[in-house]
Design a protein around this ligand. Sequence first.
Ligand code: NDP
Length: 399
Amino acid sequence: MAKVLIVGAGGVGSVVAHKCAQVPEVFEEITLASRTVSKCEAIAKTLPRPIATAQVDADNVPETVKLLQAKRPDLVINVALPYQDLPLMDACLEAGVDYLDTANYEPPDEAKFEYKWQWAYHDRYAKAGLMALLGSGFDPGVTSVFVTYIQKHFIPHIEEIDIIDCNAGNHGQPFATNFNPEINIREVTAKGRYWQQGEWIETNPLSLNHPFTMPHNLGTLNVYLMYHEELESLAKHIPGLKRARFWMSFSDNYLKHLEVLGNVGMTRIDPVNFNGVDIVPLQFLKALLPDPASLGPLTKGKTCIGCQVRGKDANGQPKTVYVYNICDHEECYHEVSSQAISYTTGVPAMIGAKMMLTNQWRGKGVFNMEQFDPDPFMADLNRYGLPWQVIEGEVFTPR
Ligand code: NDP
């Protein structure tokens, strides 16, 4: 039985609060804290049992430490924005509390995400006897667990990984992002990057794509090569890895809007002076776009996210395995009032927290998902709403 503090009351925070509330045997006491406390209170009203709420500016370390000292949680689940990762890790260190997040740190003034800032906390966390689990969402998160599951049960010698993230859903809006628009557009407009033969190969944004036919007759979508943070931790933790790539589907309509917005400067992250006021165009755009949480009742269709892994089996024979989850936007909304993108992130955040709080995943220091036994996590995915399946053989053959 444990106490948790969830920080961030957006689309993902709402799902984490719902899923933790559904597992009272682990999450005995829950506090949901965010910058705007009214959002926490609105979520709390929709939950199956009472939780506490609090106001916190997670960029302010002393303020967060004060809240941690008052609430004395066993774990902080950070589902605010990537900018808050380092101040929240500092606050956890100071208050002696374990830490979990779903996205790695990004400096606000540079669209660049890397683990180096958070990995630099390893020795301090280890010395304090604390644990930090990084990237416990779907991608990053479940994707690393799928890879280690394939490594443990099918392909001990992994050579190639292709992570394929498809959203075959439709929200009917002319242009909207499925999670925080600022973070989403920074990620999508960044240069692509993949790991090959021990080095990073850079590509122009969205310049490589390939059709992917999803299982269960979900159709064929174009998936685009992007950089994604789990590539960095997988390249570090999977010995012998020759290539790792990440692909994501985008509709032609989404790409058309994004291109125009980029061309007119609306995706810029540097301040522009307008009538004496400094405005960051992307932050202004975020204020205009639909709140991702509002897409819940509008989104229909399914997501399909999985990993295809190639390598050698225990007998040294070539083998390819694909493990994937299909998630239905409307079913998610029916269960927790959120669409599948928030759901597929929030459920693994709850499961990662459960792994830590029940000591099934335990260590001192800073860890990524692929450093632990995948089996209990995979069992909980089936149990808590993200069932997965295995296909032995090739499903994706990009050039
Ligand atoms: P939202 O923008 O919907 O929610 C973010 C929440 O964080 C808001 O409630 C916001 O408060 C709060 N917040 C922002 N700054 C602060 C601060 N300084 N102090 C306290 N609270 C703050 O984002 P999402 O829910 O869509 O995404 C949450 C996280 O999940 C992001 O880090 C995102 O990158 C990650 N993610 C991970 C995925 C994965 O698979 N691994 C996939 C999708 C998302 P306010 O309401 O006041 O603005």
